[in-house]
Write a protein that binds this ligand. Structure first.
Ligand code: ASP
Length: 437
């Protein structure tokens, strides 16, 4: 049995958390490979080390002196080492990093050192080997992750180590420079390592006990989700339910390695299992979760006999493409078609888009409305449960909220409705209340 464990920044923010992390790792001999983030916030007002490193980079670019500011970063690592009672001297590493940053090693290099230094300390503390991500995580020239090369190299490397720490968040470009994933990217490294180790489980330790069925800022004390499929998670994270980096799913998904989201501060909680498939429809609630987001615009185009006009849809979408706008949804009728786009993406190109659509397809009318919120009700059990859509719609209208758009999509595991932004919370509560009694 092999488990790959990833610990987020809040789980490694100070010495106390390091101790907790070590006891979690040592409690299960299967926890062989560890992927750490950089030290996160110790309190609400605190700054993550990654953000401090980005700031150093900006100061250097602005030709400011970083001595004093960098001392704070040093202090964070030195304090962790001292409070762990270790006799580990990291000052040479800290000086090297500072000087490399000052000698234009780049923004990503600077940011990545948070994980690198934390990884060195954690490896020493656990008595595990240290594998520098720069030797095993590869990017291509165009900046995308090189999955094949990485998997071959990492699989080989892991075979040489019984236990190892591999820092998250970064890898190397073909020309040898350091590149990071996007923010929160240690989740991705964890997933890549899990795949290469052919792990039985990828445990992702954070500061919450998994996913909630709804946003706790809107729903009081929502129920937690025990199991969720990758597909359901994708639908919910599209709506902004973030606990895990979206790209962290792909490496383990094909290898069918489940991800377990766990809480470092409450290791007794089971957390949420993210799995490729599950058959426990009977014990499962009809809906797995409900999430949504604001900030959408609907462009509604009407034209008589639109349905028989060949190429109509393509021309309209071409206009969006030319303006580099992606569309989120495309509900359409017989003589009309609506395009839902992100308001921030659309607004700067609005006039040009409307003029072009008018020219390309000569519609009877185009109406643009802002202020739309989308809510997705997601559940794998919906496929078998009759009347779910009716319950979603009835609950919303029962709350006196007008539904502006419906999109059941083809996935069958989610029903998406559009409502006015000011009705967002009300509609979300109504749906949650309907299915979770
Ligand atoms: N430290 C990086 C960040 O803050 C990566 C991570 O924590 O996953 O984005």
């Amino acid at each position: 049995m092999v488990k790959v464990v990833k610990f987020g920044g809040s789980s490694l923010a100070d010495a106390e958390h390091f101790k907790q992390v070590a006891s979690i790792i040592k409690a299960d001999p299967a926890r062989k490979y560890v992927v750490p983030s950089a030290p996160g916030k110790r309190s609400k007002e605190d700054t993550k080390v990654t953000d401090m490193l980005y700031h150093c980079y900006e100061m250097i670019t602005a030709r400011e002196n970083i001595d004093e500011y960098y001392d704070q970063i040093k202090a964070r690592y030195n304090q962790i080492i001292a409070e762990l009672g270790m006799s580990f001297d990291i000052s040479g590493e800290l000086e090297y990093v500072k000087s490399a940053m000052q000698h234009s090693s780049g923004r990503d290099y600077a940011a990545s050192r948070g994980e690198y230094l934390n990884g060195l300390i954690l490896a020493k503390y656990l008595g595990y080997d240290f594998i520098d991500a720069e030797n095993v995580i590869f990017f291509k020239d165009n900046g995308t992750f090189d999955e094949e090369k990485t998997n071959v190299a990492l699989t080989e490397e892991l075979k040489k180590h019984e236990h190892a720490v591999i820092p998250g968040f970064y890898g190397v470009m073909p020309n040898g420079t350091i590149k990071t994933f996007s923010r929160g990217g240690s989740d991705i490294t964890g997933s890549i390592v899990a795949r290469a180790a052919n792990a039985d489980l990828y445990e992702n330790w954070t500061d919450v006990s998994g996913f909630m069925m709804a946003d706790p800022r809107i729903i009081d004390d929502p129920c937690s989700i025990k199991t969720i499929t990758y597909r359901e998670l994708r639908e919910l994270s599209y709506m902004g339910a973030t606990v895990l980096h979206e790209d962290a799913i792909f490496p383990v998904r094909y290898a069918k390695i489940p991800i377990n989201i766990r809480n470092t501060n409450r290791p007794e909680d089971e957390g949420t299992m993210i799995v490729s498939d599950t058959n426990d429809y009977d014990t499962q609630r009809i809906i797995t979760g409900v999430a949504g987001k604001k900030g959408f615009t609907v462009i509604t185009i009407e034209k008589d006999m639109m349905n028989s006009e060949i190429g109509f849809g393509r021309k309209v979408l071409e206009v969006l493409e030319d303006n580099e706008i992606s569309f989120e949804h495309l509900p359409s009728g017989i003589d009309n078609m609506s395009i839902v786009v992100s308001t921030t993406e659309f607004e700067p190109h609005k006039d040009k888009v409307i003029t072009s659509i008018n020219r390309m397809v000569r519609p009877d009318s185009i109406v643009v409305e802002n202020g739309l919120a989308l809510i997705a009700t997601v559940g794998r059990a919906m496929i078998k449960a009759k009347g779910t859509a009716a319950r979603v719609f009835n609950s919303i209208s029962g709350a006196d909220v007008n539904i502006r758009m419906i999109d059941q999509g083809s996935s069958e595991i989610s029903i998406i409705v559009g409502v006015e932004e000011h009705d967002f919370d009300k509609a979300l509560r109504a749906i949650y209340g309907e299915f979770v009694k």
